[in-house]
Write a protein that binds this ligand. Structure first.
Ligand code: SF4
Length: 885
């Protein structure tokens, strides 16, 4: 009998519910959970492809010490001994944990308890520091607590949604779908995007403010000044529930309109249009994400936004409020247990002596940390300068994702003792581990996560743990026992940890702390198994219900009033004569983090298969960068080589590159290697969207493209980028030296059997050489090499793998590098759910389909997860524009 398990998507902070089904033959499929309040059955392309990412290829299946298989006891004894030794010799601050928003709340709780209550240091920080620490700091400054006031229902009910630094269509696609569904039923709903580049989200917005990088404080200060003299100003709310308004207003009024124009790069007309729209829309939600947080002024930006909502009293009521959208599936859970180095547990403040005492008594902790620990950037600095002697990295890949990533790699490599717990063996960070511990992954783990709207959902296991993989909480608890803390870490199952976490949240909580799920403190294993998604708070003795905060004040400051924060714009121009282009980074639609999981899906990899950089056409022309050429970006911190994507979406003088590619899937594309380790001084969050770089064409003497049945073992080229396909791999190459005998090079690089047939052809006009290697009727390798970037239809070539190519004509088509008569080249993938390419969509439009729905009926494109609907709309619009010209 097929079995079905309700669980939660492990990617972004939307926290969609999914149903995982195992059929009788063992195959797994995943669909949206229609009952989950975050998504009501919707999924995006990443969520839809979850079943394609759970194979055991590349999994860590047993503990390893120095690269050799070890048993659990041996590995755990060693970890406990080395941490204990470092603490004994150098003190508790000589050790550190670097954890992750991928950890479940129960994992996080145990790690935090061990470090802050028993080791006696607060050196535990999380990769969530890289995505939303500024929101935490902004919330705490304004509200006295890290509280997200609203819920996703507010997006359904708003009249105006402002997206600040948020490419919602690609980074939180199901919320984007939800907003567009609301707009269909209420066409008056307006959407404004505020973003320095024209992202896909801007395509469907009513207004796009192409703001200068880091111009947000000026923009919202101007809005505050505007609102203060408008009917939207809520004098009664401000008087009853806030303090500091005059100071914030004075700071805002310190800017003239011309100052705001200069700081934001927007016109007076654009500013006034936005300010009037905000003023006249009572129900307004301002969503913000990494474009706000990942900045050296991120916390000020958050407070500039919150100031406007406080001034209008538009907070905590249906359809209104500031809304921080978290990047990771459990960034919020990490915040709840105190996974940040400057927090304690259950949203308590580590700098509050009474809170430390309370938590210490609850845990019966022998060594409560007395001060905040090292935040991520400072932590790796301490690793680099030798203060940290033992480091445990869990479920994250800092060698790729940290700023100044090359220095971080060196720091980890030189650290005396490094433990990595992960599911994947082949990551840039796992390669540096002294001890590698096999963790359970999505589908095997059991516990809870909290999404952006404070909704706690179960992640349930539906697959057995492979090999000797064990949950992160178990690993931590075992090490804690070996360090002499048996009694406090005697957990047998996640339900016990969750119950303890819930009990701590309600412990001595008389309504003066926002995070309280004390109603779950007595939960047993069965109730935990069955626990449906719920929003916090849920205090003991109360009923669950949809909750919003602060409509009637009740903030978590000593006087229960919110604080307006006086913020002033600070120009942070990181460009220079040596590095004149401003590099912005972000995510793409179909990949997640460093691609350790989404990179396993051929479908997801087909959307954008190469690391790229978006460049304005004028800049490309000035620098002699050709369309689809290779480009080098460099600065004092590092260099990368990426494919040029020349587009009007990118303003002149700046470039955009995604942060996903690592050393596992590209030669030199870790864009965070270029990022300065520069942080917001309040939140400690790195400014990952603003660094100066130099740019120029990467000089290659030849370029190559290959489709291969197996991944090449030896990739020896100045540039390469490999992506999984349905039946093999596709690899792009750039060569800065001659590759000599091409047949020999191919056989060596792709480990081809000697017996494979070889066909070759040279096109004298393009000087392109084309090689095909076959075994029986199967293509093993097609390799195209030319002095210029190879012009072969990638999607067609990829489609040849796995086909029967028995006839001479079929083999010759490989050498001709184009489809035979009667075959359609699908073109670059637009809809990854159904594998529909741009040429297929263009054909539908040519045939008369002029709506996204009509294209969907003919081709299926956009009819599943809907993540590509904006791109389909763009193809239709481009066709009609061309026809009109
Ligand atoms: Fe997963 Fe997509 Fe939902 Fe995010 S929006 S939780 S990635 S299905």
């Amino acid at each position: 009998m097929p079995t079905e398990t309700k669980t939660t998507c492990p990617y972004c902070g939307v926290g969609c519910g999914v149903i995982a089904k195992i059929d009788d033959n063992g195959s797994v499929s995943v669909r949206g959970d229609p009952d989950h309040p975050a998504n009501f059955g919707r999924l995006c392309s990443k969520g839809s492809a979850l079943a394609e990412t759970i194979d055991l290829d590349g999994r860590v299946l047993y503990p390893k010490i120095a690269g050799e298989r070890a048993d659990w006891d041996e590995a755990l004894d060693l970890v406990a001994a080395r941490f204990s030794q470092a603490i004994a010799e150098h003190g508790p601050d000589s050790v550190a944990f670097y954890v992750s928003g991928q950890c479940l709340t129960e994992d996080y709780y145990v790690a935090n308890k061990l470090m802050k209550g028993f080791i006696g240091s607060a050196n535990i920080d999380t990769n969530s520091r890289l995505c939303m620490a500024s929101s935490v700091a902004g919330h705490r400054r304004a509200f006295g607590s890290d509280t997200v006031p609203g819920t996703y229902e507010d997006l359904d009910q708003a009249d105006l949604i402002v997206l600040v630094g948020s490419n919602l269509a690609w980074c939180h696609p199901v919320l984007n779908q939800r907003i567009h569904a609301a707009r269909q039923s209420r066409p008056n709903l307006k959407i404004v995007t505020i973003d320095p580049r024209r992202s896909v989200s801007a395509d469907t917005a009513d207004m796009h403010l192409m703001i200068r990088s880091d111009g947000d404080v000026a923009l919202f200060n101007g809005l505050l000044a505007h609102l203060s003299t408008s009917p939207a100003f809520n004098r009664a709310y401000v008087a009853a529930h806030t303090t500091g308004f005059q100071g914030a207003l004075a700071a805002a009024q310190g800017l003239t309109v011309l100052d705001v124009v200069q700081e934001t790069g927007l016109t007076v007309g654009e500013l006034l249009a936005f300010y009037r729209l905000f003023e006249t829309s009572e129900r307004v939600v301002t969503c913000y994400s990494q474009g706000v947080n990942q900045s050296s002024t991120g916390t000020d930006k958050v407070n500039a936004i919150i100031n406007c909502h406080l001034a209008t009293g538009r907070i905590g009521r249906p359809g209104m409020g500031p809304f921080s959208l978290t990047g990771q599936p459990n960034a919020m859970g990490g915040r709840e247990v105190g996974g940040l180095a400057n927090m304690l547990a259950a949203h308590m403040d580590i700098e509050d002596e009474a809170a430390r005492d309370r938590v210490g008594r609850f845990w019966r902790a022998p060594a409560m940390a007395a001060k905040p620990g090292l935040k991520a950037v400072d932590m790796f600095e301490a690793v680099a300068d030798g203060r940290i002697k033992a480091l445990w990295i869990m479920a994250t890949n800092p060698v790729v994702s940290m700023p100044d990533a090359d220095r971080v790699r060196k720091a980890i490599r030189d650290c005396p003792f490094v433990v990595v717990s992960d599911i994947e063996e082949n990551t840039d960070t796992a390669a540096l581990a002294h001890v590698l511990l096999p963790a359970t992954g999505w589908g095997e783990k059991d516990g809870t996560v909290t999404n952006s709207e404070r909704r706690i959902s179960r992640q349930r296991a539906f697959l057995p743990a492979p090999g000797e993989a064990m949950p992160d909480w178990w690993q931590m608890a075992e090490v804690a026992r070996r360090m002499g803390f048996s009694e406090a870490f005697r957990y047998d199952r996640p339900a016990e940890i969750f119950a303890e976490h819930a009990a701590l949240s309600g412990f001595e909580n008389n309504g003066d702390r926002d995070f309280d799920i004390g109603a779950k403190a007595d939960i047993g294993p069965d109730a935990f198994d069955a626990m449906p998604p719920f929003q916090w708070p849920h205090q003991r003795g109360t009923l669950e219900g949809t909750t919003r905060f602060f409509a009637e004040g009740g903030f978590y400051t000593p006087d229960r009033k919110a604080r307006f924060i006086a913020v002033r714009p600070q120009r942070d121009d990181r460009t220079s004569i040596e590095a004149p282009f401003l590099l912005n980074t972000g995510r793409i639609r179909d990949q997640w983090h460093t691609m350790t999981r989404t990179g396993k899906s051929a479908r997801l990899s087909s959307h954008l298969a190469e690391p790229f950089v978006e460049i304005n056409p004028d800049d490309a022309s000035d620098l002699g960068i050709a369309k689809a050429g290779l480009v080098t970006l460099d600065n004092a911190f590092g260099s990368v080589t990426l494919r040029a994507l020349i587009t009007e979406r990118q303003p002149k003088g700046s470039v955009f590159a995604p942060m996903h590619w690592s050393g596992q899937n590209a030669a030199n594309a870790r864009v965070d290697a270029l990022m300065a380790p520069r942080i917001d001084p309040i939140s400690g969050q790195p400014a990952l969207k603003n660094v100066g770089v130099r740019m120029g064409p990467a000089k290659m003497i030849s370029h190559g493209f290959a489709v291969a049945a197996v991944r090449p073992e030896r990739l020896d080229a100045a540039y390469w980028a490999a992506a999984k396909t349905e039946n093999g791999w596709r690899v792009e190459f750039g060569f800065d030296t001659s590759i000599g005998d091409i047949e020999a090079w191919c056989r060596h690089t792709f480990s081809l059997p000697d017996r494979s047939d070889h066909l070759a052809y040279t096109d004298n006009q393009s000087r392109q050489q084309r090689h095909g290697f076959f075994e029986g009727d199967r293509l093993l390798l097609a390799f195209y090499v030319a002095p210029e970037p190879v012009s072969v239809s990638r999607d067609w070539a990829v489609g040849q793998l796995g086909l029967s190519l028995a006839t001479p004509a079929a083999r010759l088509a490989i050498l001709a590098s184009r489809p035979g008569a009667g075959q359609l080249d699908p073109g670059a993938t637009v809809c990854s759910c159904f594998g529909i390419g741009v040429n297929q969509i263009a054909a539908a439009v040519t045939a008369g389909d002029c709506t996204v729905e009509a294209v969907g009926i003919r081709t299926n494109a956009g009819t599943n997860c809907g993540s590509c609907r904006t791109e389909i709309r763009g193809i239709i619009d481009a066709f009609h524009q061309q026809a009109a010209e």
